[in-house]
Design a protein around this ligand. Structure first.
Ligand SMILES: Cc1ncc(COP(=O)(O)O)c(C=O)c1O
Length: 399
């Protein structure tokens, strides 16, 4: 079989062998339902509790603040719609916030946030999108100005899935506290790459996903700070503190918790190694004529935890379409992406790149390369060599 080199870790990651091993017994011997009272049920319940403790530990939360879900998409939906559902027009749960009908997001959100607030907009909510600068950083002055007494929630992407930009969450949470509005962050790409401490960060809700951190697909979590009034979107059971009914996906949750355990041990070193490789990749690719970096420059020692997550690089190439580059790279054995995987089937230009001020044709020429746990220096060297050849060839065809 032809050897493929995977450089799309932002789309999804392979399951770590340690995670797979930890999950195995839950398919064959430890298959009980966590709600059953018998031996098998009790055994399952203990594993669920243990897993919850581990996921909580990764972000310094209390275990009862972790709700297991099926994905970050689901977590984002529960966080945003669940808070909105508490308004008096829907229920009488949240008298304090009953007149609040405004939601603020950024112009570079993942579709799972963007389309959720657009749905609420159709139901009568006011939605405001805060602009970002050329590198994808949110304009904090605009954010502060826009939050008014009607604002219920600010929901922001923590690290961009396309250009890797890390938002200054501590500064943002200060603003939200002062202005007395809820803050939800979508940390799907940030988890495992930036230390997250909810005691320090003072955010109200955080979404994350297992399959981005070498855990299985089909598991996510939502951190809900104690006292945050979120209504359930579902009916039919009392699982997950009444917020997410249905038999819990225990094998997946155990895998997710093992992935968190590995990160607690190895996150620091892993991200330093990956950032070094990524910086080398950027340096080499920028030697190609007409190649530009999208998103922040990140050569400083701690830039991978303050400016741009360790594994992300995003380039544009003049006179070349990202889509044709991606397809040709695939034919030559390199798996990369042109933007977020979720929009790649639609063939539309990235709203994130456009929001950073790129022209349509510039955004069309973009390519996202994302590294991970098993990316090697040889793979990066081989990728750069192939990219150089391909760009020359495609440009020859163009002119
Ligand atoms: C920033 C961000 N949010 C949400 C999601 C959705 O995650 P999931 O696949 O777990 O639904 C993704 C996936 O790419 C993402 O990158």
């Amino acid at each position: 079989m032809k050897k493929y080199i995977y450089l799309d870790y932002a789309a999804t990651t392979p399951v770590d062998p340690g995670v797979k091993k930890a999950m195995n017994p839950y398919f064959s011997t430890k298959y009980g339902n966590t709600s059953s009272v018998h031996f098998f049920g009790q055994e399952a319940r203990k594993s669920l509790d243990k897993s919850r403790n581990m996921v909580a530990k990764l972000i310094n939360a209390n275990p009862d603040e972790i709700i297991f879900t099926a994905s970050a998409t689901e977590s984002n939906n529960i966080a945003i719609k669940g808070l909105a559902l508490n308004l008096s027009s829907f229920s009488i749960n949240d008298k304090k916030n009953k007149d609040k009908n405004r939601i603020i997001i950024s112009s570079i959100e993942h579709p799972s946030v963007l389309e959720t607030v657009e749905w609420l907009e159709k139901k009568g909510f006011n939605v405001t999108k805060i602009k970002v600068d050329r590198n994808g950083f949110l304009n904090l002055k605009d954010l502060e100005k826009e939050i008014d007494e009607k604002t219920l929630l600010v929901s922001l992407i923590h690290a961009s899935n396309e250009i890797g930009t890390i938002q200054p969450i501590n500064k943002i949470s200060d603003i939200c506290r002062r202005k007395k509005t809820y803050l939800h962050i979508d940390s799907t790409q940030a988890l495992g790459k930036i230390p997250i401490d909810v005691k320090e960060m003072q955010v109200d809700m955080i979404s994350g996903s297992s399959h981005k951190i070498y855990g299985p697909k089909g598991v996510g979590f939502l951190f809900v700070r104690r006292g945050t009034k979120v209504s359930s979107l579902f009916r039919g059971g009392s699982h997950e503190f009444n917020l997410r009914p249905s038999t819990v996906n225990l094998s997946g949750i155990v895998g997710f918790s093992k992935a968190c355990e590995i990160l607690i041990r190895e996150m620091d070193n892993e991200n330093k190694r990956i950032a070094k490789l990524r910086n080398k990749l950027i340096k080499e690719v920028l030697k190609i004529k007409g190649a530009y970096l999208n998103g922040p420059i990140c050569y400083g020692e701690n830039d991978h935890i303050t400016k741009r997550i360790s594994n992300n690089a995003n380039f544009r190439f003049s006179f070349i379409e990202g889509e044709s580059l991606m397809v040709n790279l695939d034919l030559m054995g390199f798996s990369v992406s042109t933007g977020s995987a979720c929009s790649s089937t639609k063939l539309q230009v990235s709203h994130v790149l456009l929001a950073t001020g790129l022209k349509h044709e510039e955004a069309e020429g973009s390519l996202r390369i994302s590294l991970g746990r098993w990316t090697t220096e040889e793979e990066i060297n081989s990728f750069v060599k192939t990219l150089r050849i391909l760009i020359n060839k495609l440009r020859t065809n163009y002119f």
